[in-house]
Design a protein around this ligand. Structure first.
Ligand code: ZN
Length: 185
């Protein structure tokens, strides 16, 4: 496995690639397993919850998402995992249904480290995708961080950056001297 370089929105050459609409992955594709493993490693090294192939310079419709486990604190102060970590490799993903209702939330992008802004997103989405075995799968009515990550990553595959989705640009701020206020994707 290898950590790849993550392209940056604020680099003009990188931005050209990041704003390109990616093409569909043709299946079967035996090299995807290694590529997905590299993408997970790159994403984890950067403390992200999602990474799209164009962010490492590959303009194909492939993205990985890793939602951390949900933990709850018990009365005695101990932490218990109430939902396990969720890992997805999504090939040719498509939003097939989305809620009309939108929710605002702080969002960051691994291609603009340290910066976060308020992005409105559909509160739930249903996504169809192909998995690494070539099987078409469906995530039904994803909510919360998974819903936000799915919309952020699929935007990347269409060459759309989160900065274009921010309605109030005064919310876009540099948090690099502080603790990250939200997840970066
Ligand atoms: Zn991003």
């Amino acid at each position: 496995m290898a950590v790849r370089r993550i392209l940056r929105i604020d680099d003009p050459d990188d931005k050209k690639i990041l704003t390109t609409r990616c093409h569909a992955v043709r299946m079967p594709n035996p090299s995807l397993k290694q590529l997905a493993a590299d993408m997970f490693e790159t994403m984890h090294a950067a403390n992200g919850v999602g990474l799209a192939a164009p962010q490492i310079g590959i303009t194909q419709r492939l993205t990985v998402i890793s939602i951390p486990p949900a933990v709850e604190e018990r009365a005695d102060g101990s932490l218990v995992e109430v939902e396990p970590e969720q890992n997805y490799v999504l090939i040719n993903p498509e939003i097939i249904k989305a809620s009309a209702q939108q929710v605002n939330g702080l969002e960051g992008c691994l291609s603009l480290p340290g910066w976060y802004g308020e992005v409105p997103r559909a509160s739930w989405v249903t996504v169809e995708y192909t998995d690494l075995t070539g099987k078409r799968q469906r995530i039904r009515k994803a909510t919360g961080l998974l819903a936000r990550a799915l919309q952020h990553e699929i935007d990347h595959l269409d060459g759309i950056l989160f900065t274009e989705r921010i309605r109030d640009l005064s919310t876009l701020k540099d948090y690099s001297q502080e603790e990250a206020p939200a997840a970066a994707e």
